[in-house]
Design a protein around this ligand. Structure first.
Ligand code: CMC
Length: 427
């Protein structure tokens, strides 16, 4: 506890504001009564200096490359737990205590993965070639027409069902979004496959549920592929008050249906400055085409007269290496050694891009490092996942975080409807 004194030099009035205690990271000054007491607003476009809530879910130390979920470092999360364990952690505050509990939670999600046939019909009305993110946000909004019970986010039973249902169905929705966008028939979930395997199955299987048989008789979905995708999901599970999470909280603050709030979050994630960057990174690596062109593109990124930016670089909070990017880069190299072959041309361009940018004064001065989106697309490509599904994959990973944040927001008695002010400069 402490205070900060604000002095208005025009009137010579002074006001004291309390500092709020926190467990880690920078303190915050409580400006909630700033306007009432001073008749002055704080001005902070993009909210770079504003904490909109108190949270217990994830913590980012942007100077020291640290990310924690419920106090656990992301490196340990990825090493020791599967994605459905992380979902349980974020929703219930505790990890499964043993393998049985972990399997039970995974199985519960599998049971909930089916869609109402009416929703399947809605998918069929979307045109071919629609971006899967457009299909997905529309389908999640449409879920609110099927589920009108379990909406009281103050009741644990309600919010647990709401969250588990959407986490379970999102893999089916993503698979259907993709299959619809290419005019392929839907593959329904297979209850006998784990959460992550089931997702790959719904993407890859032929009608009647058959997976492709290779000449060598190889298993079409390998444990290594499942592990790789599982880790990618876990790395995306939560990330403080980013644009999509803030959108979910803002919409939920009005009392809207939780799935309407999550659909809004999906739309916020779609943009290239946010989750849409993973798709753009791969397009950009292909545009660069060869390591010999890297320096030219780095020069373009520095040119203020050129709108070109290095996709997958930079972050509002990290001014050091994004720990998720480091883990994904290591994962890429490990998987390549273990037999999931990366596209070496793209991987070499990406690594050269990182090397050139990180030794360049422009990037050093601004603290611009690879972020979570920089290397993920190379792994997803090696998993035979099409580029248009990269951002929907981010949606699957972020779903437990959005749910946990939504619940935290609604339950917190200090939060109110989000209603920022403006500095009027019009006529
Ligand atoms: N390439 C070139 N210059 C950049 C880049 C980049 N990728 N990112 C930031 N800068 C420059 C920017 O021009 C500015 O320079 P100056 O101070 O001379 O005006 C400075 O660095 C600070 O950038 P900013 O745009 O003020 O920073 P921000 O916090 O508002 O934006 C960002 C953060 C992630 C939107 C931005 O870095 C960006 O557009 N990166 C590329 C898109 C991307 O990879 N997004 C994924 C983010 S991580 C996953 C997620 O959370 O969604």
């Amino acid at each position: 506890m402490g205070t900060i004194t604000l002095t208005n030099n025009q009137t010579n009035e002074s006001f004291e504001f309390e500092l709020i205690d926190c467990n880690r990271g920078p303190q915050a000054v409580d400006f909630s009564k700033l306007f009432e007491r001073t008749n002055i607003f704080s001005y902070d476009p993009g909210y770079g200096s504003t904490a909109g809530c108190k949270s217990t879910i994830s913590y980012i130390d942007g100077k020291n490359s640290q990310l924690l979920y419920k106090g656990i470092p992301i490196e340990d999360i990825v090493e020791k737990y599967r994605f459905t364990d992380v979902c349980k952690l974020l929703l219930t505050d505790s990890l499964p205590k043993d393998k049985t509990e972990s399997d039970e939670f995974d199985l519960e999600l599998r049971h909930r993965g089916f869609l109402h046939e009416g929703l399947v019909n809605i998918f069929q009305a979307f045109p071919d070639n629609a971006h899967p993110m457009a299909n997905l946000s529309s389908a999640v909004a449409a879920l609110s027409t099927f589920y009108f019970e379990h909406r009281d986010m103050h009741k644990e039973e309600d919010y647990q069902i709401m969250a588990r249902r959407i986490i379970a169905k999102i893999t089916t929705l993503v698979a259907f979004s993709y299959r619809n966008s290419i005019g392929a028939p839907f593959i329904y979930p297979d209850i006998n496959r784990s959460y992550v395997e089931n997702f790959l199955y719904m993407l890859r299987a032929y009608p009647h549920g058959k997976l492709k048989h290779t000449l060598k008789g190889e298993q079409e979905i390998t444990p290594l592929e499942i592990e790789a995708l599982d880790k990618i999901f876990s790395l995306h599970a939560d990330h403080g008050q980013n644009a999509s999470t803030t959108t979910v909280r803002n919409v939920a603050s009005t009392g809207a249906h939780p799935y309407a709030a999550i659909s809004a979050g999906i739309n916020a994630l779609w943009g290239a400055a946010h989750g849409g960057a993973n798709e753009k990174v791969l397009i950009q690596l292909n545009e660069i085409g060869d390591v010999k062109n890297v320096a030219k593109f780095v020069e373009r990124a520095k040119d203020k007269n050129d709108p070109f930016r290095l996709m997958g670089f930079g972050h509002r909070v990290y001014k050091s290496y994004d720990p998720r990017a480091k883990t994904i880069k290591n994962l890429k190299n490990e998987l390549d050694k273990k037999g999931i072959k990366m596209d070496h041309r793209l991987s070499d361009i990406a690594e050269k891009l990182e090397e050139v940018a990180l030794s360049d004064d422009y990037f050093k001065a601004r603290g611009l490092y690879p972020n979570v989106d920089f290397y993920s697309g190379i792994i997803l490509t090696a998993l035979k996942i099409p580029v248009s599904l990269f951002t929907p994959i981010f949606v699957i990973g972020r779903m437990p975080g959005w749910c946990a944040q939504l619940i935290e927001h609604v339950k917190d008695p200090t939060t109110r409807i989000t209603r920022p002010r403006q500095v009027y400069v019009g006529k």
